[in-house]
Design a protein around this ligand. Sequence first.
Ligand SMILES: [Zn+2]
Length: 197
Amino acid sequence: MSILLQPLKCSACGAPLKAKERDRMLLCSHCGTLSLVTAGKTAPVNFAIAAPAIESRDALVYIPFWIVNAEVSVTHEKISGGGISRMVSGQKQMRGVRDFYICAADAVPEEYARVWNMELTLKQPEIKTVPDFAGSERVVMTMEQETAGENAEFIFLRYEAEIPGTLQELDYEFRVNSTKVLYLPAYKKSTSYQLGV
Ligand SMILES: [Zn+2]
């Protein structure tokens, strides 16, 4: 098999881009635009950088998340045992339209990513943005866009399964409206992370 390597170019200004190992987001040093790399080609991508909402002495890094805006509608469900507690528990429903937060960096340990994805998706935090990374580390984005959509659906199913009561049947529709990239600030101390939003 032979692979033809095309030089990567900024999707906004056309300047040549240097590929950082495995990073799916490439920053143009000429115009500051981030491009998404898919199958060896760059494309424009909707992205934002969230402002840190807390302060810390630890190192500030920016972790890439895929934000999957999706609509979930449940058309049929059957629950046994605890069906009532499921209804009166007051637990938030993960239905309707919302942003699903999917941590897109391999470098972040799974135990953090799992918790963040669920908590942020439930909480739907208010995000203020900043124009750039201001010299802070941008963590390498490893996850493909397609995988993010699958993971979003997974979060919904995991959540449904965790509500008290045994879920026996669930018919639902999961429709992705849009996908974008959001960098969230986090403070890193050796191998532990604290999210800064
Ligand atoms: Zn550029």
